[in-house]
Design a protein around this ligand. Structure first.
Ligand code: PNW
Length: 436
């Protein structure tokens, strides 16, 4: 059980769980177009055990029981993502009515159970047809995204509590175009710099389009912040960590909320960014209604002049770890929340993801409990923190790591795909449904 109770977080604090389309849906049918994660996972060596999201949790068919689990756990909200290529198979142009029907039923099902739907437009599954034309390296993808955002908002927006444009720009760009770990699997700094700018341009154009469609108070973005510490006291490692932090934890929110990028980063990326990127900064800089912060772990930075452009390497440190080797540092959540509320004042903040891959339920429950304490500490320090969304409801397709990691508070039988609630699910249920 948790040591906290609902009341510790103040009135109206929202608790939810998050999942993402490609990690759970399966259902490659009824007109869904291919996405970059279908092709990436189909290429040997890209994912552990050649796992892929073809069936995943079969949420496409089993969503009613998944929503029942969310309701019965006492959660207020469900954060999910739309599969862009299920709605618009080629990313632009013709719509897929069966895709719209699926999300219609899903959203109605969420509402019928008294749960708030929190939608994300882009959780990494770019339609392959757009990747064929350069994906995020191509400026046209930003326009395609804005059109998609407008269509999705017009169709579903009135029923949604919130709409986020992007989930984790760092993962979409640096992890996927520089480190090569996620789709499309590039290791190319020019691709990375262009993607960094075009994703944020897409965000700005998408927000503008949704505002013009009449949406006033529900629009935001979700970034992941991970602690960036030097691997030693050496000044070059300290400088490497500062650069890593500026890329990871400052570039994206500064871009959209201040209309500027950290100079540390543009000094390096200038030759690789689209030529007239400065002209776009007013489009990036749209008023937002809230921001979401995902937080998991930290990286240690070691200066390494042999690495081109970003002269450092990132490694894991020696502290207590999850079964994926991710260090557990709850205090850093307080730091990030305080830092974001000071740097971007006036915006409500949500923790939109936080969780651990673990088979030991005592450890998982303790992980959440410690991060609850870190949030309460942030509130004491004046952060306008409105909610916490746990990652994740069900063990699912953990991208390049396949199905091995166990982030779920509910497990899944690998053969029958039956849902198997774990101790931590019941800890949430106890905290969230306990009276008084
Ligand atoms: C997030 N890191 O990804 C994603 O939003 C989820 O889809 C994913 O399942 C979850 O966290 C767990 O991984 C991250 O390197 C990927 O620090 C990498 C990092 C953080 C988050």
């Amino acid at each position: 059980m948790f040591s906290h109770k609902r009341a510790d977080f103040g009135p109206d604090f929202l608790f939810g769980v998050a999942m993402a389309a490609h990690q759970i849906e399966g259902g490659q049918q009824d007109g869904r177009g291919p996405s970059i994660w279908d092709t990436f996972a189909a290429t040997p060596g890209n994912t552990k055990n050649a796992d892929n999201g073809t069936v995943a949790c079969d949420h496409y068919h089993r969503w009613p029981e998944d929503l029942d689990l969310i309701r019965d756990g006492g959660f207020d909200a469900y954060r999910f993502s739309f599969s862009w290529s299920r709605l618009i198979p080629e990313g632009t142009g013709a719509l897929n009515p069966a895709g719209f029907d699926f999300y219609d039923r899903l959203i109605d099902g969420i509402l019928e159970r008294g749960i708030k739907p929190l939608a994300t437009l882009y959780h990494w599954d770019l339609p392959s047809a757009l990747q064929d034309r350069g994906g995020w390296m191509n400026r046209d993808t930003a326009k395609a995204f804005a059109d998609y955002a407008a269509v999705a908002a017009q169709k579903f927006g009135d029923r949604l509590t919130s709409i986020a444009t992007f989930n984790e720009p760092w993962c979409i760009t640096v992890l996927s175009h520089f480190l090569g770990a996620h789709a499309p699997g590039y290791r190319d700094v020019r691709a990375t710099a262009r993607a960094m700018h075009h994703v944020l341009l897409a965000h700005g154009m998408g927000i503008k389009a949704m505002r013009e469609a009449g949406f006033k108070d529900k629009l935001g973005i979700v970034v992941n912040m991970e602690k960036c510490d030097p691997a030693s006291d050496a000044p070059e490692d300290i400088e490497a960590a500062a650069l890593g932090d500026a890329i990871f934890n400052q570039f994206f929110l500064d871009g959209v909320l201040k209309g500027s990028y950290p100079e540390k980063v543009t000094d390096i990326l200038e030759p690789y960014l689209p030529k007239n990127w400065r002209d776009d900064m007013t489009i990036l800089n749209q008023k937002l209604d809230w921001i979401g912060i995902n937080y998991y772990t930290r990286f240690l930075y070691k200066a390494d002049p042999s690495v081109p452009v970003f002269p450092f390497t990132q490694a894991r440190g020696p502290l207590e770890k999850s079964n994926l080797g991710w260090e557990i540092i709850p205090e850093a959540l307080t730091e990030f929340l305080v830092r974001a509320s000071k740097r971007y004042p006036g915006l409500p903040i949500y923790v939109t993801e936080n969780g651990i891959s673990e088979t030991d339920e005592t450890k998982r429950t303790a992980f959440f409990d410690k991060h609850f304490a870190a949030m309460i500490e942030a509130q004491k320090q004046g952060v306008d923190l409105r909610g916490y969304i746990a990652w994740t409801l069900i063990d699912n397709f953990e991208w390049a790591e396949g199905f091995n990691p166990k982030f779920g508070i509910v497990g899944m039988d690998p053969v029958t795909r039956d849902r198997l609630p774990k101790d931590t699910y019941y800890a949430f249920k106890d905290m969230l449904t306990r009276k008084g």
